[in-house]
Design a protein around this ligand. Structure first.
Ligand code: GLU
Length: 500
C-alpha cells in the first residue's frame, strides 16, 4: 500500500446526484486535501441498465458547483485508469480467474424467479433471506446439462460458512458479522459485467486506495469486501463509514423529504460555500461552538476520527440560516455577481448591464442582504426593485391599501416627492415625515401605506433607502397607481387562507 493517502469518490451515474453523494464526496475531498493526498473520481457504472451519460454530467456539475476538484478521474486521466468501470472489464477477468482457481467462485444457474421463491420461503420461516448455496458444488456434468437447457449463469463468490468477519471502522468502530448469515453474493452478472462488490474491491486495490470513506449504508457490504480481499490476497484499505443523513422526521433522507438532488439546492439559490459548510457539519464538528467556518478553518480542524457515528438530521431551516450568514458576510459586488444570472433568467435584468446598472444592483443587494436567506429571496422579495409588475400582498391590502383614508395620503405624498430636487434617502425621509406632521399623523401612518404602495409588501429594508434606489418618477407613478386602484376598490384583501 502506498504511504500517501489516496481516496476515491465512486458514484454510480444513475439518476440524479443526491445530497448524500455530495456529502461523501466532500468528506473524501477534505481528507485528501488535509493529508496532502490524492482524490480520485471513479465512475461505477456496472449497472448497465440504469447508468446514463446525463447522470454523469450531473455528477461533474454537482462536484464543480460545490468547488471540489480531483487529481485523477475519467476527464483528467491518471496513472491508474481507466476510471470508468465499464472500461475495465478485462481487468476484472484476471481476478475472477484467480478466485475460480482457488475454488472461491462458482457458476450459478438459479433463475431470478427461483431465487425469489426461495427467499419467500425463508422469510415465511423467519430466516433472513440469503442465497442458499444450491449451485455451490455442481459437477461439470450438471453444469453442462443446465447450459443445454438454455439456462444462463452468473458467478458467485463462496463466502466463509462459519466464524465472523470484523470490520474495523475509523468512525463506526468494530462491527462483527456472522459469516453464516451472508450468503454467497453474485460477483459477475449473466451479462458478464462485474457487480459492485467485485469491481470495488479490485479497483480499490489497483488504484491503491488507502482509505475508503463512504456512506454507512455500505457498512454491511464491507464484510463481503473483506472476504474478497482475503481470498485475493489483498491488504484491505482503512474504512471510514460516514453517518446516515436523516430527514427532519428522522427517517433516512429521501425524495419524500422534498429536494434531495444537489441541483435543487443550486436552483433554490444556495451558495456553494454555505452548502459546503452545512454538509460538513452533518456528521462532523470542530469540537467547539463554531458553525460558520471558512473552508480553510474546516480543513484545519478536520479529522476522520472526530466524525460522529450517529445519524445527523438534514435541517433545511438551518441550511437556509447558514446561507443567510454567508450572504451577510459576502461583499456586495460578489453577491451581485452571483445574483445577476438569476435575475437575467427571470427577465428582471438586461443581458449586458452597464457599469452604472451593476453599481445600482450592488446597492440593492447590500440593502437586502441582511434579510435574505437564499439568492432566490432577492428575486421574490425584491421583485419591486426591478419591475413595476409586482403583487400587492394580502396583508398590505388589508392593513393599508383598502382603507378609505389611504388614497388621499398617497397622492399628497406623490405631490411632495415630485417637488424633491435631490432624490436621496434624507430628503425622501424629510418629505414623508413632513407630510405626516402636517396631517397631524404619526409618521408610521404615512410610512406603512407608502411601503405597501411602492413595494406591495409590509416588510422590507429601510423604506427611505429603498426608495432612493428606485427612480423618482417610478415611485410617484406607483403611489398614484395604488391610490387609483384603492379608490376603485381593487385593492380589497382576498379571502384569508384557511387555517389548518
Ligand atoms: N458506487 C457506490 C455508490 O454509489 C460506491 C460505494 C463505495 O464507495 O464503495 O454508492
Amino acid at each position: 500500500m502506498s504511504d500517501n493517502v489516496r481516496v476515491r469518490f465512486a458514484p454510480a451515474p444513475t439518476g440524479y446526484m443526491h445530497i448524500g453523494n455530495l456529502h461523501t464526496a466532500l468528506f473524501n475531498w477534505l481528507f485528501a486535501r488535509k493529508m496532502g493526498g490524492a482524490m480520485i473520481l471513479r465512475i461505477e457504472d456496472t449497472d448497465e441498465v440504469r447508468s446514463t451519460p446525463e447522470a454523469l454530467d450531473v455528477i461533474y456539475q454537482g462536484l464543480k458547483w460545490i468547488g471540489l476538484d480531483w487529481d485523477e478521474g475519467p476527464d483528467v486521466g491518471g496513472e491508474y485508469g481507466p476510471y470508468v468501470q465499464s472500461e475495465r472489464l478485462g481487468i476484472y477477468q484476471e481476478y475472477l480467474d484467480q478466485l475460480i482457481e482457488a475454488g472461491r467462485a462458482y457458476e450459478c444457474f438459479c433463475t431470478p424467479e427461483e431465487l425469489e421463491e426461495r427467499r419467500q420461503v425463508m422469510r415465511a420461516r423467519g430466516i433472513p433471506p440469503r442465497y442458499d448455496g444450491r449451485c455451490r458444488d455442481l459437477t461439470e456434468e450438471q453444469k453442462r446439462k443446465l447450459r443445454e437447457q438454455g439456462l444462463e449463469s452468473c458467478i458467485r463468490f463462496r463466502v466463509k460458512e462459519t466464524g465472523t468477519t470484523v470490520v474495523k471502522d475509523i468512525i463506526q468502530g468494530e462491527v462483527t458479522y456472522e459469516n453464516s448469515l451472508i450468503g454467497d453474493p453474485v460477483i459477475v452478472k449473466t451479462s458478464g459485467f462485474p457487480t459492485y462488490h467485485f469491481a470495488v474491491v479490485v479497483d480499490d486495490q489497483l488504484m491503491q486506495i488507502t482509505h475508503v470513506i463512504r456512506a454507512v449504508e455500505h457498512l454491511p457490504n464491507t464484510q463481503i469486501h473483506l472476504q474478497l480481499q482475503e481470498a485475493l490476497g489483498i491488504e484491505p484499505p482503512a474504512y471510514a463509514h460516514l453517518p446516515l443523513i436523516l430527514g427532519e422526521d428522522r427517517t433516512k433522507l429521501s425524495k419524500r423529504h422534498g429536494a434531495v438532488a444537489v441541483t435543487d439546492y443550486e436552483q433554490q439559490g444556495f451558495l456553494p460555500e454555505a452548502m459546503f459548510n452545512f454538509l460538513v457539519l452533518l456528521g462532523w464538528s470542530p469540537g467547539d461552538e463554531r458553525e460558520v467556518m471558512s473552508r480553510a478553518q474546516i480543513m484545519e480542524a478536520f479529522s476522520l476520527e472526530a466524525c460522529d457515528s450517529s445519524p445527523s438530521v438534514f435541517d433545511v431551516q438551518k441550511a437556509e440560516w447558514m446561507n443567510g450568514e454567508y450572504m451577510k458576510l459576502m461583499d456586495g459586488e460578489d453577491l451581485a455577481g452571483r445574483l445577476l444570472p438569476l435575475l437575467q433568467h427571470e427577465g428582471l435584468m438586461e443581458e449586458n448591464p452597464s457599469a452604472e446598472r451593476r453599481e445600482w444592483l450592488v446597492g440593492v443587494v447590500s440593502l437586502m442582504k441582511e434579510r435574505a436567506r437564499l439568492l432566490n429571496t432577492f428575486v421574490s422579495w425584491g421583485r419591486y426593485f426591478f419591475t413595476d409588475d409586482y403583487e400587492y400582498e394580502n396583508r398590505a391590502r388589508k392593513k393599508w391599501l383598502s382603507r378609505e383614508e389611504v388614497p388621499e395620503r398617497l397622492e399628497l405624498l406623490a405631490e411632495r416627492l415630485q417637488l424633491l430636487e435631490a432624490w436621496e434617502h434624507q430628503s425622501i425621509e424629510a418629505a414623508v415625515r413632513g407630510l405626516a406632521e402636517e396631517l397631524g399623523l404619526s409618521a408610521a401612518k404615512v410610512i406603512h401605506p407608502c411601503r405597501a404602495a411602492v413595494t406591495g409588501t409590509t416588510i422590507g429594508p429601510s423604506l427611505f433607502h429603498l426608495m432612493e434606489l428606485l427612480d423618482q418618477n417610478d415611485v410617484i407613478g406607483r403611489l398614484h397607481r395604488a391610490a387609483q386602484l384603492s379608490r376603485a376598490g381593487e385593492l380589497e384583501p382576498g379571502p384569508e387562507p384557511e387555517s389548518q
